[in-house]
Design a protein around this ligand. Structure first.
Ligand code: B16
Ligand code: MG
Length: 217
């Protein structure tokens, strides 16, 4: 029986994935690296420094670690600028109502985001009270697709992994949830997320009645 719903943040609760893309694209342009939305799929869900490495791989560029860190911090400065202008109006349609409905049904609600900016984003969106546990990129050693982040969320919520369902928009995130032994609802398309147990076009399209039908691994 599913007892906890664990949500990714970027691309699942709010379209901060768009802001990550715009900030990486700005950095790519400075470095002369062509960078498309398809390239950006590889950066979703992974840590800031891993994203930096992938960007350099795309451009066939090698660079010292401290320079990589400097550029990744520059990208983060732009991302934070975009994010600070965000308001609750940018939460994806139907998400606040879904979170309330799940809580009324007795589900525990977790957030598991690789982003170190997740607590600030949640505060700006006025959603802090909607979650029973928040796990972010500052609390983990291994980024998605490693299962660490979702296992930590389950431990914090005091439930077993097989009692959790994860909502994820990134391939790395779906792999992470499955490796943790959890059910996974992909948000996006079947082509992007072939491994997810179910795929929905948007988080707000989730019908809580579906919880009873999710396979227990
Ligand atoms: P930051 P999620 C992830 O968040 C993003 O999908 C990913 O693109 C980003 O690189 C990562 O957070 C780290 O973010 O640079 O803000 O620490 O999808 O796991 O909510
Ligand atoms: Mg995401």
């Amino acid at each position: 029986m599913i007892k906890a719903c664990i949500f990714d943040l970027d691309g699942v609760i709010v379209d901060t994935a768009r802001y990550h893309f715009l900030a990486w694209k700005r950095l790519a342009a400075e470095l002369g690296i062509p960078f498309t939305e398809a390239d950006n799929e590889r950066l979703k869900g992974v840590s800031r420094l891993r994203s930096m490495e992938i960007l350099l791989e795309l451009g066939h560029i090698t660079m010292a670690r401290d320079e990589q860190e400097r550029l990744a911090n520059k990208k983060n400065g732009w991302f934070v600028e975009y994010v600070e202008r965000m308001t609750p109006a940018e939460i994806f349609p139907g998400v606040p109502a879904l979170l309330q409905d799940l809580r009324r049904r007795g589900q525990l609600i977790g957030l598991a985001s690789s982003s170190k900016n997740a607590p600030r984003v949640i505060e700006l969106l006025g959603l802090a009270q909607a979650f029973d546990a928040i796990v972010d990129g500052t609390m983990i050693v291994h980024t998605k697709p490693d299962p660490e982040i979702f296992l930590l969320a389950a431990r914090t919520l005091n439930v077993a992994p097989h009692q959790c369902v994860v909502f994820e928009d990134a391939e790395a995130g779906v792999e992470s949830a499955l490796a943790a032994g959890m059910a996974c609802i992909g948000i996006g398309s079947k082509e992007q997320l072939p491994l997810a147990d179910r795929v929905l076009p948007a988080t707000g399209a989730f019908d809580p009645a579906m919880l009873a039908t999710l396979d227990v691994r």
